[in-house]
Ligand binder design. Structure first.
Ligand code: XXG
Ligand code: FE2
Length: 347
């Protein structure tokens, strides 16, 4: 009999390894405006304004940039036990960690999932002051909360199946008749808590934070411009096809990708339909047809396994999205309405 999947509430925090904590502090606190919950000589614990759990991002000093782990909150302490039983039944490397293994987080279970990511499941966490209406503290770039993780995997279908097995709904997919190129899956009532991007993996593609309004996304761009730090902007601002969100992608001083994201949509009804995008639809990733900078498809962060060592990469066996897409989000030639997609000439 299959073990019961844990009742996962949402994507809750990520721990990133950074090589220069002061530079990371400048980016995440001075530029993005995240709140410092706690600070140690080799670690920062950060949260966004609407968050009352201890943190949604841990930055820890290390010799090379990496994703240490992704963490999901579960619905009760008992669900931590359920998670442990579920992953042990899958015969995956699993360990129980005591409260305080991560400052501000209670007892948790950590697993190396089938894709090679270290993923933690917890319930108990220290509550701290919530600054939802502390408008005197918000900058024009106020970030509300963590929204989702995006990971790079060589087999999107297998990763999709792992997460649906954990009870995630599928909100959107990019596909053709032969292949699933990307997928977005959710537990909370938004478009996703986890997105799967095809490519060499396991790698972290990005961690995304949500703002409540588009002007806060735009203000981050203006702040970076005024600081002559515009090189941290990788892609956007723009409107996604998938998710319908208004987006901006940044690269932090170590190259970790951070998305700032707002205005996706509700997915909370049990019959929420999956949206299927044809891989040839140029609007799928940028609804206005803007080109997607090649680094957005090709670059990601190293991932540490449960033992803390970098995970080796595996390449996809099937052709990737950029290999099969005509136009690849570029300046395609407009085809008469109703005759398929705006197809362009791939450079
Ligand atoms: O959050 C996201 C929503 C949509 C997209 S995409 O570029 O529109 O596919 C990427 C993304 O996964 O970062
Ligand atoms: Fe995203």
């Amino acid at each position: 009999m299959n073990a019961q999947a844990p009742d996962i509430v949402r994507a809750a925090y990520a721990e990133l390894v950074v090589t220069d904590l002061a530079a990371a502090r400048w980016f995440y606190v001075d530029v993005l405006g995240l709140v410092v919950t706690a600070e140690e000589p080799d670690a920062l614990y950060l949260r966004a304004f609407e968050e009352y759990l201890h943190h949604s991002l841990v930055l820890r000093t290390g010799s090379a940039p990496a994703l240490a782990r992704l963490a999901y909150r579960v619905r009760s302490p008992r669900e931590v036990d359920t998670a442990e039983a579920y992953f042990r039944a899958l015969d995956l490397p699993t360990e129980r960690v005591a409260a305080g293994a991560t400052r501000g987080i209670g007892e948790a279970v950590r697993v190396e999932d089938p894709m090679g990511f270290c993923v933690e499941f917890f319930y108990e966490a220290t509550h701290v002051e919530r600054f939802t209406q502390a408008y005197h503290r918000h900058g024009g770039n106020a970030i509300a909360r963590i929204d989702h993780f995006n990971v790079m995997v060589p087999d999107v279908q297998a990763a999709n199946d792992h997460y649906t097995g954990l009870g995630f709904g599928v909100s959107e997919q990019i596909e053709d008749a032969e292949h699933l190129y990307a997928a977005w899956l959710y537990r909370k009532s938004t478009v996703h808590d986890i997105a799967l991007t095809g490519g060499d993996g396991p790698r972290l593609h990005h961690v995304a934070f949500a703002t409540n309004e588009r002007h806060q996304v735009l203000h981050i761009c203006d702040v970076l411009g005024s600081l002559r730090a515009e090189h941290h902007i990788e892609r956007g601002p723009g409107r996604h096809g998938v998710s319908n969100a208004f987006y901006l992608y940044l690269r932090d001083p170590d190259g970790h990708r951070i998305e700032i994201y707002t205005s996706d949509y509700y997915t909370g009804d049990p019959d929420n339909p999956t949206i299927h995008w044809d891989v040839h639809d140029n609007r799928r990733r940028s609804y206005w047809g803007h080109a997607v900078v090649p680094s957005w498809y090709s670059e990601g962060s190293t991932v540490l396994g449960l033992d803390g060592t970098p995970q080796p990469l595996t390449s996809p066996t099937d052709p990737g999205e950029a290999a099969v897409t005509i136009g690849a989000d570029g300046f395609g030639e407009r085809v008469p309405d109703g005759e398929g997609f705006k197809l362009g000439h791939q450079s």
